[in-house]
Design a protein around this ligand. Sequence first.
Ligand code: GLA
Length: 676
Amino acid sequence: MHSRLFSALGCALALFAAKNISAETVWLDQLDLRSAMQGYGEPHKNRSVEGNPLTIGGKVFKRGFGTHAESILHINLGGGAQKFTASVGVDDDVMGNAASSVEFFVIGDGKTLWHSGVLRAGNAPKDCAVDLSGVKELVLKVGDAGDGIDWDHADWADAKFETAAATTFATSGEALPPPIAPYILTPAAPATPRINGANVFGVRPGSPFLFTIAATGDRPMTFSVKNLPAGLTLDPTTGHITGLLKDKGNFTVVLGTKNALGSAEKKFRIVCGDQIALTPQMGWNSWNCFAGAVSQDRVQRAADALVKSGLINHGWTYINIDDYWENHRDSKDPTLRGPFRDAEGFIVPNSRFPDMKGLADYVHGLGLKIGLYSSPGPWTCGGCAASYQHEEQDAQTYAEWGFDYLKYDWCSYGSVASGKITNVLNIPLWGKTATNDEGAIYPYRLMGKFLRDQHRDIVFSLCQYGMADVWKWGGSVQGNSWRTTGDITDTWKSMSGIGFKQDAAAPFAKPGNWNDPDMLIVGEVGWGHTHPTRLTPDEQYTHISLWCLLAAPLLIGCDMEKFDDFTLSLLSNDEVLAVDQDELGQEATCIIKDGNLRIYERALANGSRAVGFFNLGIAPQKLAFADFAKLNLAGKQVVRDLWRQQDVATVDTAKDSLPLTIPAHGVVLYKLTAAK
Ligand code: GLA
């Protein structure tokens, strides 16, 4: 409940008390526009989204709202306005760019009252005049006209309301769904043994091998593996498999586990070859809770918490240190001050990390893996020492310490890159400006090479926010995953704004190469000062379901010593996690978009399909779904509710429909499998 109260408070604070507004006219720019949802940039008053004077088709306007498709602004009129007028169009900031096309909508109490039609760069402003008598809730919306949001700078110029008396209107980017208490859907794991986690694991020849069999069930438990290839050893009490494979090869083994109540087996593939991260990484990262306050002790305790919470038994593996393990260029905090590098140029951790190798050994001893963070520029995003001109030494150091993962940011690289890097790469550049894209690619290619030179498998996670369509070349520079967006925060606007805009990158996901829509924001999060996530319970179901459908790396961002039962239930549903970890590696895309309904689908390795029915609206949505052909489903299908881990129906796709009730901002996540 606490988190709902928190957002209700945040919303109340966002209400605008208009002052000195005349009895007849309320200008749109007199309202609080900050909470408007938009596809790019920040809402601007009296300026375009780029901060230039509002200009449409050569005409300059003094007042208005500069935004970017897709944009939504809710205004609570409560029947207090009579008329809305504006001149709308694409801002001249886009300089005639042909990709720019938008549509403006004025929606009153759910009905479209005015629609501009498609407007393009250079078009004259279009006048809008709408009668608002009796309208309680107004939505000003800008759509992308169906061709994506590139260059969709949109202006509501001269926008104003006529009112009977001086009045105030509250605004929000999103109307909020009603508060509900957290409710747990994930059934408790049985006391009998069950083997969870991915069905496949990739390793390179000659790299140290570490894989922990993830299994739930009462302890004590013993483990076994049939057909384990030479070079690998199993510890039967911990389930840790270690050793080294000398040569490439594909090995099918049978993992086994036993306790007092029974036993379980599972077929599993070990693929020794060039590629690692054959399923998306699962683990934890320090940034979304500790940010600049991370320390060796906190990381060690996070590793302990991953084990103690039981999440290790569901396949969670990595413990990743983000920014602030290096010394800082000018912090006042003495624990962050000290030499950046030693006399030979090797990186020196700050005093909060007295023993990197010891820390890595400790984490490995638990059967987990460990990661860290750097940037290709001289400084990280937080202002700590980064890898510029020490890339090879850094890769060597990470490997010597025993690290298994590197998140490599972009910050401060721009300052050293400009103009220096041209035509060194020979990678196809998909129509973008060659020099810029090569500048964007070069530092990753460099670090990718040095990481590959190490005799250790180091997952390479690119964090440059999707620049230069990273999904098209990330794999070619040894990247295993790449951020497709800016930083996430724990609001519906941020999470849904990122999660529902991944389609362009989706076709590029495959085993070893994952699109990363950023880390998870469930649990106690807060970048230094934590609070319970501000997402509602249903928004959290949406978040986890969507990230699993997107085959996203799953990195828990919360303080794991403060897990509550609901958060744990979200992170330990093996049937939901199996969608993320499916070995086919196909990323879901949006197949059906209809009003507030979004239907995402992906094919799974066993021929089933995972389908997420999402409701972006603030009221529950009931529907009878029958459009199975669009989801490529035919014949009789068994429908399984993955959160509840229950079969709920068998449908004949030729004649039946599937009744669905989707909570506000929530999801129904099903798996459909052809009936035998
Ligand atoms: C960037 C990244 C974040 C985090 C910080 C650290 O903002 O996107 O995920 O790593 O840097 O400073």
